[in-house]
Design a protein around this ligand. Sequence first.
Ligand code: 76R
Length: 269
Amino acid sequence: PDPTTHLQEGWHCLHLYYQVDPIGLKHLDEDERREGREELLGVLDPNREGAPERLQVSVVSGHEADLGLMLMDPDPIKLDAVHQAVRRTQLGTALEPTYSFVSITEVSEYVPTVEQYSERLRREGTSEDDPAYTAKVKAYEQRLPMMNKQRLYPDFPDWPVTCFYPMNKIRDPHANWYMTPFSERSALMAEHATSGIKFAGRVSQLITASTGLDDWEWGVTLWGRNPESIKDIVYTMRFDEASARYAEFGPFYVSYIMSAADALDHLQI
Ligand code: 76R
């Protein structure tokens, strides 16, 4: 791996959104459209040689975009190459890029280490002599490496709906996340995690970091079994103090995951 572009750990992530331009489409004849479609299916084939580690295609609701791509790979140039290849296909002139988001995976500084987790249990009143204490610490110790692997090198859940939005933690005089002591931020994020975990089995989330990489500080990607679950989790978590007091949000993109062929059929291109 090239040390000038590759992360020491984790993956690069790129969300791309395109609108189908009907005027651009009109300028293509039957053959160009058919060939363009074949080229596009080639570029979006997750099993092709040189494809990024993760390549998800979805159809976006609302007129902000039609086609959504979510890409992840150790190599950021490989992600950009997908965007360039999409534009270079014969359908490229009919696909107007409308939004993109650049981020990387990370293990948040608020994910408790085994030591911090044990300390939290003790603080919450579980005695070190309690067999439940030992069992919980042991289970956490066993789970942590797998959870961190999922945070850094995520597998995408096989669920039909996905939602993406960027967010910041605010720096207002009355509520400045970055002036709040770590212990307090950590307690707020623990409350946030407790509220989020109730959605296990219905919603899965990936938080990617974008400070210094894009206009917002994090990207939030949610996958849900259905759109109600997405609405429920975002609504519920708005009441977490970490969100209610400190969060601000960018545009929301909700989309439905499909094979590239189904997506292009749906978009009639
Ligand atoms: O990764 C973990 O599970 C550890 C606990 C945890 C952290 C550190 C966690 C749990 N989150 C963490 C960090 Mn989260 N999260 C969001 C949003 O819409 C909103 O109100 C906010 C958008 C959702 C919906 C969500 C869901 N989380 C973060 C961070 C980074 C903060 C930092 O580093 O300063 C952000 C921006 C953020 C935002 N979070 C969970 C969830 C859910 C569902 C969980 C529990 C998941 C689980 O543990 O299985």
